[in-house]
Structures are given as C-alpha cells and as structure tokens.
Design a protein around this ligand. Sequence first.
Ligand SMILES: Cc1cc(NC(=O)CCC(=O)O)nc(C)c1Br
Ligand SMILES: [Fe+3]
Length: 244
Amino acid sequence: GSFMVNNYYMDSSDPSYEICQRVIRDMTQYGVCVLDNFLGKEKGLLVLNEVLEMYRSGIFTAGQLVSNPGSTEAQTIRSDRITWIDGREPHCFYIRQLIGQVDNIVLKANKMVNNGKMGDYIINGRTKAMVACYPGSGSHYVKHVDNPNKDGRCITAIYYLNLDWDVKRCGGLLRVFPEGTNQVADIAPIFDRMLFFWSDRRNPHEVQPAYSTRYAITLWYFDAQEREEALRHYKERGQPSSSK
Ligand SMILES: Cc1cc(NC(=O)CCC(=O)O)nc(C)c1Br
Ligand SMILES: [Fe+3]
C-alpha cells in the first residue's frame, strides 16, 4: 500500500533526528546502514512473539520464486517460509508499530536530505511487510539483487528478530557484496537489528545456510518516479507487477 507523506517540521530535538542523520550518512557513504537496538528489548520481544504466533498458526508458505512460483526448484534456490502482511491483520499490533517506526525513519530521512531526495529518490510508498522464516535445516538464499530491473523499489529495510544468535553456531549470515569494491558486508541477523540497503544492483546479497530458525521482517520502499514508470511499463505489456 502507499501512504501520504505528511508535512512536518523536523527539528533536532526529535529523538529520531540522530537516527535519520545516521541513515542518511551511511546510505550515502556505503549504501548500507545497520541500526542496533532499534525498538529496544521489550518492544522487540513483543514483535517476536507475534511472529512466533503467526508461524505456529501455519500461515507461512514456502518462499515462492518470483520468476517461477510453485516450482520444486524454489527449495534449492531459497528455502525460506514467508507471509505478507499490512499490519492491520489480527494479532499484528506490535508488527504494525514496527512498520510505523520504519516508515517514520525512512520518510523523515528522505525529507531531511537535500530537498527531500535521499540518494536522488523521492520515497512515496512501500510494499507490505514480508515476514520470513528460514527453518534452520541449512536453509539459505542464493546471491541475488532485490531489484535488478527498475521495478520501483529503492530501499530494502530488514528487521531481525533472532535472540542470542551466534553466527559461528547458527550461520545465517547476510553477506552483502557492495558494487565497486571487493569488500563484503557481513551482517548477523541479531535481535532488534534494523538494516537498510539500496535494493538495486549496488547490493547483491546472499543468506548463508542457517542452522537455527531465522526470522526477519522486510519492507521495500518505492521511489515515486521509478515505480510510476514500472507500473506504466507493466500496464503496456500486461504483465503482473510485484505490487504487494
Ligand atoms: C522474497 C525475497 C526475499 C529476499 N530476502 C533476502 O534477500 C534475505 C535477506 C535476509 O533475510 O537477511 N530477497 C528477495 C529478492 C526476495 Br524476492
Ligand atoms: Fe534479497
């Protein structure tokens, strides 16, 4: 769904001011930004409990391949279980709070930096939240780019929920291969960690095999212009767009 950006004055007394500056600086400099203790332990646990409840209720499906859903090959390329939510569903109150918090940061950051453009994007919408679970039997996700062909998504925002995650024991590392350098960014999917990165070819990434159950909530934010062009492009060709 999309949302209106309400006009507000952003002053430095606002507690999220520093966080937005941090996001702008890291995204501009590295194209990747990691924020720890994003919600704080108490709220983080409330979100985790809602995700665990959802998983127990069995509404997660095997991660479909965007290219050819329903194939058995999906198990070899990615073995996560996912469900899409907009946060208004029952028993998602705290996940909705999380989504609101991430919207807040992304939209404020986008407005704070040179006349409302962060990385030359004007962010005016996002996908629903994708709640993913890697079952932990060596489940992984092969190296890929989230948005290789200008479908409108500019920022990937991932919130990790995994308590006491030890990469040596549990694996599940997210490895980002930022374009133009042979430096990789290894990001452990630890509890209450928020990650942002540009969704396009600048950030190929993979999830290494996980040996414990690994949960994450992902939002993709749209750039107004790229999204508008993508939707027009799909309409002309009558192809379904990834308009979650
Ligand atoms: C459905 C879907 C999920 C993901 N997720 C990851 O890359 C894992 C990130 C992490 O959990 O650390 N990426 C794409 C391009 C699609 Br499509
Ligand atoms: Fe991805």
